[in-house]
Design a protein around this ligand. Structure first.
Ligand code: ADP
Ligand code: LRH
Length: 484
């Protein structure tokens, strides 16, 4: 049989890519056709995604595909949404989840509704970026827009709409809104009602692997071929977790990109008071699985530092510099809220990191090498904290950490993660999200011979890092645990 061809679009907060997957027997080869930066725009003080630019970049990539492609799916970051009017046109440019304006809505909702009520309905961690708070900010700040809207879509759904005309919302990304129930894989009626959000906006979510329809005529002509659009796991993290090359039960994943998503794959949500107390989240995964995980601020910290340093250093340069810096000298709690916002609003990241160290009585990290080291050390230690928490909560021993995503190419961070956690790290694939996306859409058109993970394991070989004992490691972990 000749290889089957599939296309995937993966929109990350830092960059997007269009890739071609060639599937031959149990082997998948991935070719990146087009990679582009994702640069948000501060418009009149509001931070927005540059959607027209992303759309043009997607088309640019799709045009590079050879003929004969059988399926195409889009995935992207969670929580952000778009509204369509009755004529199907976009109402307003979608906001970026790091826009500061919905922080107040977060406070307000939490004053009005007990956390227990929201968590028992949704199982989702409390973060100000969640769609719930974005929609409340809109309800209270720009009600007319909400009233004019006919359809709510997550951003990958919006691109599917522009590609093929469908107005379906896909479950894995809907699960990140904190408005949906992981037991029913549907919107939470009681919560929508309590929040006064118009019911008509929210259609029943479709599961990943749902065919959505052929490209619109104009798009097909521009791209040069007719392709079936299939919803993959549209939440990038769900696609990445689907493509973790794991076996058995004693593993956790770290999906390491702009964020580090640290978690387990489970058959059922964990909605206990302990899960709420740990601020864990139960997001939807492939085939009805649950991703019990926690968001760690991730390499965002370094992305922002790199921006402050003039983008002159590559990530490999920064890692090489950090390798020579003293380990565990200054640590931050990477999830301190001051690190969430962008430099336009919250000032340069290196200064925010220094201020944290100063306030907590630690030596000030100075310069690129020391600050980068602080970020890596703090992330690795925080990963251990989350993994041990998950282990305690579920009683599941975790002996191996699968690191996937762009951050899996960071050898220093992978080795540190192994050392600090005392567990093996299996790193790669770096493009797990694209791979998960491609394989789920391939499966939907009957082109996948085995399970998604079997094909991943047959096609990509992880790099293995074994834990070493380092002086000062345990003391550093205790210091992290005591940080505010
Ligand atoms: P997202 O999809 O969220 O935009 P990616 O999965 O593309 O994120 O991961 C981006 C991160 O991967 C960067 O912030 C960087 O820290 C890391 N990274 C990318 N390339 C390299 C590299 N060559 N060496 C080390 N780290 C890298
Ligand atoms: C990672 C991610 C994460 C969400 C965040 C908004 O890209 O999708 O899973 O919490 O972006």
């Amino acid at each position: 049989r000749p290889p089957s061809l599939h296309l995937a679009v993966d929109l990350g907060a830092e960059s997007g890519r269009v890739a071609l997957g060639r599937l031959e027997g149990e082997r998948l080869e991935v070719e990146i056709l087009h990679r582009f930066k994702n640069t948000p725009a501060l418009l009149g003080g509001y931070l927005h995604w540059d959607l027209p630019r992303l759309w043009l970049e997607i088309l640019e990539g799709l045009k590079k595909a050879p003929p004969g492609v059988q399926s195409l799916g889009v995935d992207g970051w969670g929580v952000d949404y778009a509204l369509l009017g009755p004529d199907g046109d976009l109402l307003g440019l979608p906001r970026h989840y790091r826009d500061p304006h919905h922080l107040a809505a977060f406070q307000k909702v939490l004053e009005e509704i007990p956390r227990e009520d929201i968590f028992s309905q949704t199982g989702i961690q409390f973060m100000p970026i969640n769609t719930l708070y974005q929609l409340i900010a809109l309800r209270d700040g720009n009600r007319a827009l909400l009233e004019a809207a006919q359809t709510f879509l997550m951003l990958p759904d919006l691109f599917h709409h522009w590609l093929c005309g469908a107005t379906a919302v896909e479950w894995t990304n809907v699960s990140t809104t904190q408005l949906a129930d992981p037991r029913t894989c549907n919107w939470s009626e009681p919560l929508l009602q309590r929040l006064g959000l118009p019911r008509r906006l929210f259609s029943q979510p479709v599961p990943p692997g749902t065919p959505l329809g052929p490209l619109r005529g104009k798009v097909a002509r521009e791209v040069g071929q007719e392709i079936l659009v299939v919803a993959p796991c549209t939440h990038d993290t769900a696609s990445a977790v689907a493509a973790v090359p794991a076996q058995g039960n004693s593993w956790a994943y770290i999906s390491s990109g702009t964020w580090s998503l640290v978690g387990l794959e489970l058959p059922q949500p964990v909605l206990t008071p302990q899960a709420l107390a740990m601020n864990l989240t139960n997001e939807g995964g492939l085939d009805g699985t649950i991703r019990l995980l926690k968001n760690v601020m991730g390499l965002w910290l370094l992305q922002e530092c790199r921006q402050a340093w003039g983008d002159g250093y590559s990530y490999a340069d920064l890692a090489a510099m950090a390798e020579k810096a003293e380990p565990f000298r200054s640590l931050v709690n990477p999830d301190d809220p001051r690190f969430l916002l962008t430099h336009q609003v919250a000032g340069p990241m290196p200064e925010r990191i220094q201020a944290y160290c100063q306030e907590t009585g630690q030596p000030l990290p100075q310069g690129e090498a020391e600050i980068t080291r602080t970020v890596y050390d703090s992330l690795a230690l925080q990963y251990r904290r989350v993994v041990e928490g998950l282990e305690q909560l579920t009683g599941r021993p975790i002996t191996r950490l699968h690191v996937v995503g762009g951050g899996s190419q960071n050898r220093l961070l992978c080795q540190l993660t192994a050392d600090v956690s005392g567990r093996e790290v299996w790193a790669g694939p770096a493009e797990a999200t694209l791979i998960g996306n491609l394989l789920v859409s391939a499966r939907a058109v009957g082109a996948l011979p085995g399970s998604v993970r079997e094909v991943v394991r047959a096609s990509f070989t992880p790099e293995i890092y074994r834990p070493r004992t380092l002086p000062g490691l345990e003391a550093a972990y205790q210091r992290l645990l005591r940080l505010p």
